[in-house]
Design a protein around this ligand. Structure first.
Ligand code: NAG
Ligand code: NAG
Length: 307
């Protein structure tokens, strides 16, 4: 009886979380209660993936981070998140709006709340948008050309207020950067492959300002962020939060404790970016039981998957 009750509680939580990824309104009350526009010590900006409801796949990571950091909440980067299915130019138009709004929202918040540490999260198109917002974006993606936007200067507000940023399965990304999360388990390995498009040299230079506080997760086999890592499989694009929520949350929490701004630890961070192997597998086991039930819902959403 007890076990049955526990199962249904887990199933309910799993479905609530899964809904926050689907194109319907999110109903996870615990997560939604973390949405906040007032000044907070730790404030997350989240960019959802194509066709997701707000806040999207990162919801479980937001919850995990804010369970462990005092005075923590999030706001959605407001943008359409249109997929390529919406029309030939729509992905690029959408991502350009996302990059612009992300920068505007970061600027507005850090002007109002100068003492806040900012955290940026993104998945898929939203991962691309997050990278664009930090390092500058634009160029050819899929069949369209995304308008250019400049980088945020790390030495000035709001760039200087960003304490950590993590992206998963980003569409526009370049292989083997100092901030690429490297393979300590069976899936990461996308470090050797470019995304749907690589980032331009100028945008990589912009992004490298943030190397010490940025992590870019990309699985081997993800057809979006690791083009050519055969066999490609959409599952490898949709399992980031089953595999890395614990690891990414630990990294964010550790990273936001550091002093803000450019520091001398850029180099040491780049060489120690992988979490210890046993931490990863322990975290994976813990999440595996929870996410067993989510797999069904994710499987359904994978059937109608668009980028
Ligand atoms: C683009 O996204 C917006 C907001 O998510 C949606 O309302 C709109 O219908 C989408 N456009 C197309 C052409 O699908
Ligand atoms: C990734 O893109 C860069 C820049 O266009 C290119 O120089 C490099 O060869 C590409 N790497 C792979 C593995 O395709």
């Amino acid at each position: 009886m007890k076990a049955t009750t526990a199962f249904f509680i887990i199933l309910e939580a799993a479905l609530a979380l899964a809904q926050c990824e689907a194109p319907v309104p999110c109903t996870d009350a615990t997560l939604l209660a973390l949405e906040e526009s007032d000044c907070q010590k730790h404030h997350i900006f989240v960019a959802r993936g194509s066709d997701s409801g707000y806040p999207g796949h990162n919801g479980v990571l937001i919850r995990t981070i804010c369970e462990r950091l005092k005075d923590c909440g999030y706001e959605n980067i407001v943008y359409p998140a249109n997929s390529t299915a919406a029309g030939p130019d729509m992905w690029c138009k959408s991502a350009a709006i996302g990059a612009r709004h992300a920068q505007e929202q970061l600027t507005s918040y850090s002007t109002r709340c100068p003492d806040s540490k900012l955290i940026v999260l993104g998945f898929s198109q939203g991962g691309s948008v997050a990278l664009d917002a930090l390092g500058g974006g634009g160029g050819t993606v899929f069949q369209c050309v995304q308008e250019n936007n400049p980088a945020l200067d790390r030495t000035k507000t709001p760039g200087s207020k960003i304490a950590a940023a993590v992206v998963f399965g980003a569409v526009v990304r370049t292989a083997g950067q100092p901030y690429t999360a490297v393979g300590t388990d069976r899936f990461k390995g996308g470090e050797d492959y470019n995304g749907t498009s690589p980032r331009s040299d100028a945008h990589l230079t912009g992004l490298n300002q943030y190397s010490d506080i940025l992590r870019d997760y990309c699985n081997f086999g993800d057809p979006i962020c690791a083009k050519g890592s055969t066999p490609e499989d959409v599952d490898q694009h949709l399992n980031y939060f089953e595999l890395y929520t614990e690891e990414a949350a630990e990294w964010v929490i550790e990273t936001v404790q550091r002093p803000l701004g450019l520091s001398s630890n850029v180099k040491s961070e780049a060489t120690t970016s992988g979490a210890p192997k046993d931490t990863v597998s322990r975290a994976g086991k813990k999440l595996e039981s929870f996410y067993g039930t989510v797999a069904v819902a994710v499987g359904i959403s994978a059937l109608s998957f668009c980028v």
